[in-house]
Write a protein that binds this ligand. Structure first.
Ligand code: ADP
Ligand code: MG
Length: 627
């Protein structure tokens, strides 16, 4: 039996590990199962290159709770360690055997999937254990070794009579960590961290029905047997080649990933790159709620099939965090506890790669089946519009597939739209005017008037659309967007021909005075316009600029403080309407007043502005008029 001191410079490193190194105690299991997996994968590699002349077989890893003994066992059938190797790999803290292995077998083992990295994982066991034992038998022809350490720097190392190859780690769970002796807790951890690890992991047994025999009697009762309960899928979809997967395989994997998610994803994007960094994964576009509630099913980050985190901030471009799926990359630089991303050039490259892949996929979906793409537009537009605003690289590509739907359900790309409306919607200054509505019902009257003129009206109704419009205008010379209710029709798109007013200048001034006396100045500015005599006599409009700035500042951005500006409207009165003449020529002041009020209320109704007390007064007044 040997005894000795663990080779560390700090006198007592264990309290340090326990307190500071890993903020999250539960990760000890991830680390130990990762080591067991590494031991198995290393053996696989050594047998495959003929360096280990043993039968590889079908090794599994077992996690076992001994509740009475207050012990947790992690048992593998991997390459094991000789006593000498225990000294080397275990007693030297911060020396990573995994890194050494990858270095030694540089050429052949780079795709072996070996996980270990910092040489600290094993010691995370002391976060939850008061004593740790290792019983290990190497694949080499040497006796097994038994290492034991109670958390002080002193350890013991002696021979052991274990004969089968592999390693058993025994954790004597500390009094403050007894939760890790509960079956549900261990199952929870295995499901969270190890669900897709590459070596089968057994946790207990489960009952499985035997197939019904051919000659089963009438009253045959299904028989059950105990079989290993394997908690992981060692070959998840993202580790396979896209060409080996069908549409249904992607959907099945989505369900495997999010068992509580019943909605099908809209489409998926298979990521697969090995230069200049290594990254695989599958991203899914989910059907998003309009209110974008805080999502619980997030993109999961893995390293060599070990779950690391579902905080992918920085790795995935911000506009894609609403997506779901997995990303697996050994090249994402994380700190020792793998909970923080370290600033690194690779990270930006990864994020750019993801942006590009998503854009390429959208483009090919658009090209392959435009109709299907259009049918999904409503569910994906927010993500794409947000991407255009936040990611210049995405914006550059967006022209190929971003759509602008009309109120009648026709979908245009920006180029198609420009082409379609240029003849009819270019104003006298050569500006191409895009008309849009944000709500088909609320702006119904305005939409109809525009359509009568043969104008195309878009339906742009996502919450950030004002920002997008602003950007499109600044990037496309001579393109301007106006909402249908932002002015009267002749002003929305100004053409050369001007309407002649029926009223003289003097009459117009008089009418304006009359109107301004009755219409509340605080909310409305009166604007007299000679329009078609059949057009509505009174309409309420809200100038595009003010409204857009208000909207932008409400959704973050725009001009500072604009969100708090009062609502200001224009009351546009058609001087060529019969009503305008009637108001002007009515001698009786009170009749004049009620005409104006009634007309104003009607205009308000078509803007959805008449409510409460005013609505009640309007209804009452209207009944008086028809009695
Ligand atoms: P890392 O995994 O980063 O190399 P760890 O502290 O997790 O560091 O483990 C240290 C070393 O101990 C491993 O590299 C490996 O050589 C050895 N080791 C740990 N667990 C096992 C095991 N179950 N079987 C064989 N070797 C192991
Ligand atoms: Mg490790």
């Amino acid at each position: 039996m040997t005894t000795g001191k663990i080779n560390v410079s700090v006198e007592n490193i264990f309290p340090l590990i326990k307190k500071f190194l890993y903020s999250d105690h539960e990760i000890f299991l991830r680390e130990l199962v990762s080591n067991a997996t590494d031991a198995t994968l290393k053996l696989k590699h050594l047998t495959s290159i003929g360096e280990a002349k043993v039968e590889y077989g079908n090794p599994i890893i077992e996690v076992k709770i001994d509740k009475e003994g207050k012990k947790l066992h992690i048992i593998d059938q991997g390459l094991g360690m000789t006593a000498e190797e225990v000294e080397k790999y275990i007693n030297q803290i911060a020396f990573s055997g995994a890194e050494e292995f990858l270095e030694k077998y540089k050429d052949s083992a780079k795709d072996s999937g070996v996980i270990g990295h910092f040489g600290l994982g094993f010691y995370s066991a002391f976060m939850v254990a008061s004593k740790v034992e290792i019983i290990t038998k190497s694949y080499k022809d040497e006796p097994a070794a038994h290492w034991s350490c109670d958390g002080s720097p002193e350890f013991t190392l002696e021979p052991h009579d274990k004969t089968d190859r592999g390693t058993e780690i025994i954790l004597h769970i500390a009094e403050d960590s007894l939760e890790f002796l509960e079956e549900y807790r261990i199952r929870e951890l295995l499901t969270k961290y190890n669900k897709f690890m590459p070596v089968p992991i057994k946790f207990g047994t489960k009952k499985e029905a035997l197939p019904k025999p051919e000659d089963a009697p009438e009253d045959y009762k299904t028989e059950y047997v105990d079989v290993d309960n394997i908690i992981n899928n060692p070959t998840p979809a993202w580790t396979k080649q896209p060409s080996d997967l069908k549409e249904d395989d992607y959907k099945d994997f989505y369900r495997e990933l999010y068992p509580m998610q019943f909605e099908e994803p809209l489409f998926n994007i298979h990521l697969n790159v090995d230069y200049p960094f290594n990254l695989t994964g599958i991203l899914y576009f989910p059907k998003l709620d309009a209110n974008l509630q805080v999502q619980k099913d997030k993109i999961q980050l893995y390293q060599n099939q070990v779950f690391v985190t579902d905080n992918v901030e920085g790795i995935v471009p911000e506009f894609l965090v609403m997506l779901r799926g997995v990303i697996d990359s050994p090249d994402i630089p994380l700190n020792v506890s793998r909970s923080y991303l370290q600033a690194d050039g690779n990270v930006k490259k990864i994020s750019n790669y993801i942006t590009r892949k998503v854009a390429d996929k959208l483009k090919s979906l658009f090209n392959e089946n435009r109709q299907d793409f259009e049918s999904k537009w409503n569910d994906i537009k927010i993500v794409l519009e947000y991407g255009m605003l936040s990611e210049p690289k995405f914006y550059e590509k967006a022209g190929d597939f971003v759509l602008y739907p009309s109120v009648d359900g026709k979908y245009y790309t920006l180029a198609e739209l420009k082409e379609a409306i240029s003849a009819n919607q270019t104003d006298k200054n050569g500006k191409l005017v895009v008309l849009y509505a944000s709500n088909k019902d609320a702006q119904h009257g305005y939409i109809e008037i525009a359509k009568e003129k043969g104008y195309e009206v878009l339906l742009l109704d996502s919450p950030i659309v004002s920002h997008l419009i602003q950007k499109l205008e600044s990037d496309n010379e001579n393109l301007t967007f106006v909402r249908v209710d932002s002015d009267h029709i002749d002003k929305l798109i100004q053409k050369e021909d001007t309407q002649i007013s029926k009223l003289s200048e003097e009459e117009t001034t008089k009418l304006k005075t009359v109107l301004e006396e009755i219409v509340p100045k605080t909310n409305y500015s009166v604007q007299l316009e000679p329009m078609d005599s059949t057009a509505a006599p009174f309409i309420i409009t809200q100038p595009e600029f003010m409204r857009r700035m208000k909207e932008m500042s409400q959704t973050g951005g725009g001009m500072f403080g604009m969100g708090n500006f009062p609502e200001m409207y224009n009351l546009v009165v058609n001087t060529n309407s019969d009503l305008a003449t009637t108001i002007l020529t009515t001698e009786d002041k009170s009749v004049q007043e009620s005409l104006v009020k009634q007309a104003l209320d009607l205009a308000k109704i078509s803007q959805g502005l008449l409510k409460g007390e005013e609505l009640t007064a309007f209804v009452k007044r209207s009944f008086e008029l028809i009695k």
